[in-house]
Design a protein around this ligand. Structure first.
Ligand code: TZP
Ligand code: MG
Length: 226
């Protein structure tokens, strides 16, 4: 059920995104397998340069793999591929199809996430019925072409206090700066290059997940004491 799946976005979780060009010669399928074996529960397929046919074939495989591991599968941009492979959701940007049209096309059971970079876009996403928002880029990133300037902690703080739907922080987040972002109230964090460009993907994910678990426990304990 969608509401169950969305709980993962509202907790201390790692949201992994593919990028074959940065994956040190490894294919997306190999990288996704490593992510799944390491316990990642949200994976987004993001490929800007492949043909629709290539993307469809990869997404068909990843759909089966993610189902086998009980992992949520989100597809960037290609809403028709998401429908064809019965993904769990899509992620769109401000210049993609309007959210209402995407909702009409995919229906209420699909998760729809949208990238936001400002308070206005956050409230607009709420009004339009997004299920979660991307918040970023928090730091400078070289992964995305035509990316806007970092929104830094200023917009992250706004998202922490004003978002009524789950939000995923993104952009330049690494093992080394992760805790800075969590300290400010972020929970679910998306990473591209830190994971896919790592020589040891499993080791990198473990180190990040250990930090996330520490913060999840810390937050549960502090609630328990209230
Ligand atoms: N959207 C905002 S920043 C970004 C996307 C897809 C790229 C993030 O990549 P990285 O390598 O984690 O900085
Ligand atoms: Mg897009």
């Amino acid at each position: 059920m969608k509401s169950e799946k969305l709980k993962l976005f509202n907790d201390y979780n790692l949201y992994c995104i593919t990028a074959e060009a940065l994956s040190k010669g490894r294919k997306n399928i190999e990288v996704v397998e490593k992510m799944l074996k390491s316990g990642v529960k949200i994976i987004q397929y993001r490929e800007k340069k492949k043909t629709l046919r290539e993307k469809l074939l990869e997404c068909e495989k990843i759909r089966q793999m993610t189902l086998d591991y009980g992992c949520i599968f989100i597809i960037n941009d290609n809403i028709e591929i998401a429908k064809m492979v019965l993904a769990d959701g899509v992620h769109i940007g401000q210049d993609d199809y309007p959210l209402e049209r995407v909702r009409e096309f995919l229906g209420d059971d699909f998760i729809i996430g949208i990238s936001t970079h400002s308070r206005e876009q956050l409230h607009d996403a709420h009004k339009r019925g997004a299920d979660y928002i991307g918040v970023g880029p928090i730091f400078k990133t070289f992964t995305k072409e035509d990316v806007c300037d970092p929104v830094g902690y200023e917009y992250l703080d706004i998202a922490v206090s004003e978002s009524k739907i789950p939000f995923v922080s993104i952009g330049g987040i690494k093992e080394d700066n992760l805790e800075e972002v969590l300290k400010r109230g972020a929970k679910c964090v998306a990473m591209v290059s830190e994971i896919v460009a790592s020589e040891d993907i499993e080791g990198k994910i473990k180190a990040i997940m250990d930090k996330l678990s520490y913060w999840r426990d810390k937050s549960a304990n502090s609630k328990g004491l209230c």
